[in-house]
Design a protein. Structure first.
Length: 335
């Protein structure tokens, strides 16, 4: 459904040396607003209270649709498109659409002389022309306001400079004009808040998630167990089990144990449970490396002593001589 939504213009404004009028203005708000039944396609109703929830008004797509829209002088009888833009446009909305409390604030420029003169003369209210889906389910807002319908999927088409406001005098172009339709009690001073560009914020969140997905995909690719990696893992496991059993004995249980558990079991078997119980995993790993190296390194002194015949051992000496004789027996046979 095509709808027009009007507020009074607000914000700082200035006229450039070329005669253009530049302003920052509130153009729409959340909450319950009253439309005529005819505007809503319900001629059976005199008025319709429509709720514009925050999650719809400030949705990323809704905010993005407000940027770079043509500004018109009053509403044209048709949506503004590239085909008729030149006939209807008197200016343009900027791209920095931001939430300002319950309102949407945009920068805008009026470039048509007649439109600028009309605003200076007092025609200073804005009306957003937009399309929206209407949910005709009545209810009550969280604040307790009754409504007849709900607006969803709001998409802006243009912004018109008009005479009458729907959203009241809370917004106007240029504070110096003091355009207030009814007395308003002075508000307590509030520290100015920097407008937040929610579209940019949401875009940053999406980009961060894209980065996380890319990183996780890379990690998953790195973790894929190719045949080569499988062979490497099997070989590494076999080396570890071999070293562990040289340290802790062939009966060392390794089935179902991880690498750290195997190392601890081997070291414990070698140095005793009392010594290994309080050792950290890092300490166990260091001890395992030392014990594994000692298990495969030959002891030269022990080897010499094992092979050297003991003095006075007649049996050993006789065996040695027999071996020497047998080793050279082929010479005598050949002769």
């Amino acid at each position: 459904m095509l709808i027009t939504d009007t507020v009074t213009l607000v914000g700082d404004r200035r006229t450039t040396q070329d005669g253009y009028l530049v302003a920052a203005a509130r153009i729409a708000r959340a909450g319950v607003q009253t439309y005529s039944g005819a505007e809503m396609g319900r001629t059976d109703l005199a008025a319709v209270r429509v709720w514009r929830p925050e999650e719809e008004v400030f949705a990323a797509d809704a905010l993005a649709s407000m940027a770079y829209r043509p500004v018109t002088l009053d509403h044209p009888a048709e949506p503004v498109t590239a085909a008729n833009w030149k006939a209807h446009s008197v200016g343009q909305v900027g791209g920095e659409v931001a939430r300002d409390g319950d309102y949407i604030r945009v920068p805008l420029v009026l470039m048509d002389r007649a439109a600028v003169d009309a605003v200076v003369a007092g025609k200073r209210q804005l009306s957003v022309g937009y399309a929206a889906e209407i949910d005709w389910t009545p209810g009550t807002t969280p604040a307790g306001e009754a409504y007849d319908a709900v607006q969803r999927r709001i998409r802006a088409n243009h912004l018109a400079v008009v005479d009458a406001a729907r959203a009241g005098p809370a917004c106007r172009i240029g504070d110096a004009w003091n355009a207030v339709a009814a007395p308003v009690a002075p508000a307590a001073p509030v520290a100015p808040a920097a407008p937040v560009d929610e579209v940019a914020a949401l875009r940053a969140v999406i980009e961060a998630k894209d980065g996380e997905i890319a990183a996780l995909t890379a990690r998953l690719r790195d973790a894929e167990l190719s045949p080569a990696r499988l062979d490497e893992a099997v070989a590494a496991r076999a080396r570890l089990v071999g070293e562990a059993r040289r340290i802790g004995g062939e009966a060392l249980a390794v089935d179902g144990r991880g690498e750290a558990e195997i190392r601890r079991a081997a070291v414990t078997a070698r140095i005793g449970d009392a010594a290994a119980r309080d050792m950290s995993d890092a300490a166990i790993e260091g001890a395992f490396r030392v014990l594994a190296t000692a298990a495969v390194r030959p002891d030269p002194l022990r080897q010499v002593l094992a092979e050297r015949p003991v003095a006075g051992d007649a049996r050993a000496e006789a065996l040695r001589r027999r071996d020497a004789r047998l080793a050279g027996a082929w010479r005598a046979t050949a002769t």
